[in-house]
Write a protein that binds this ligand. Sequence first.
Ligand SMILES: [Zn+2]
Length: 448
Amino acid sequence: MFTKFEPLSDWVSDTLSTWSKLDIRIDISEKESVLYLANFDKTVIFDNTIVDLIHSSERMPNYMSFCNVKKLDFMNIVDHKVPCPGYTSDVEELYSVDGETLYFNYDIIGLLVYCLSNYDDLKNNTYDSHGRIDSTNSHFVNNQYLDRPILDEWINILFNILSSEYKLDCQKFNYEFILTTDIDSIYRYDINKPKKTLRLILGDLIKFQNILNVIAFFILFPLWKLVFYKFDPHNTFRSIFECNKNNTYKKYAFFIPSQSYSIYDSDYNLNDKNVKNIVENLETFDVNFGTHLNYKSYLDKEYITYQIDTFKSNISTRSISNRMHFLQFKFPETFYSLIDNRVISDFTQGFADLPGFKNGTCRKFRPYDLMKDRMLDIYIFPLILMDVTLYSKRYLNITNEDLAFKKASYYIDCCRKVGGNFCLLWHNSNLNSNFEKKLFKRIKDYAL
Ligand SMILES: [Zn+2]
């Protein structure tokens, strides 16, 4: 897969130094990986099991081994039985010390390369009907470690051992809640789509007994968009971002920049008066704005450029973040287009049908392109949980509020334990039923 060790070593050093706030140097070679620390005369050596496997472009073995770290008693991992992807037998003795050298018997450096270079996607090559990587062929899913931020856990184990063996002062990783919304639609009732609207109105009358909205719409529909938008059930931005404890979490709203002929795309234009009002309101909540690029644009660089230009001419932001609509993505090609358009961060990396840790981490990182032997100059914020993943019939279909909350709280607990970001996606169009409203509030309150 990769051909050069030096840029790979530079990138791993940079990633670990950024995360730990220590001055770390990693040298990866054919034989082993060696960790050096500034002002520290000890070295740590890792065997190269996973690095070798990636170098020779092999698949990860379909076998799950573990390392039990119970006797080491670490607090900042999810469970003491830690998965060891890449190994075909359990790791019994995790490390040994010989003079000034600590030998590590699990290849944490290789695991980092594996997780943050999307190696699993590169080896998967099967896609669902929307062109997204098929989770059922993911090594993370098949070997049941998607639910563990394993890379974060292994990094924490490494620093725990360094601080206990050598009294090294390691920074604690901090938890942060990142609340995001993808604005696929701003109108639940749209007079330009009479059939869809009539269907929705009838459904809403039965489901939500929201009769006042429906009557108002019927009587006043010519004025609906102009005057009464605040009553539209998709105008939920205040409920999403309002918070008593000021600024304790990061907020992002992603807008679809242009309408298209696809039935999957948006019902608004960025120069719509109501969008301008939404933007003004969101600014009062300190929300960051980004693009939510159209369905099927993920492989079309020109179309991506057009949309980002449209976004920039309508919404002013210091920098551009992005999440692809439908989470459509091809690694690394979609990143090439985003980087060429100076997008600084992306929030797409996650499976639509499953919550969890698709990159083994809940920390932000810059990915590595194994094909071109270089770091990609964009920050990834891994998506941990999306609203519909929990309760849609297509996905987990958990329709009991307590069970859905329990599932969500597990991921929040994981992010808190390891010290990472719980990145939640809740669509503004998914706060209609009492179930959605109550579940969202419980998850948000718990994550704050
Ligand atoms: Zn979307």
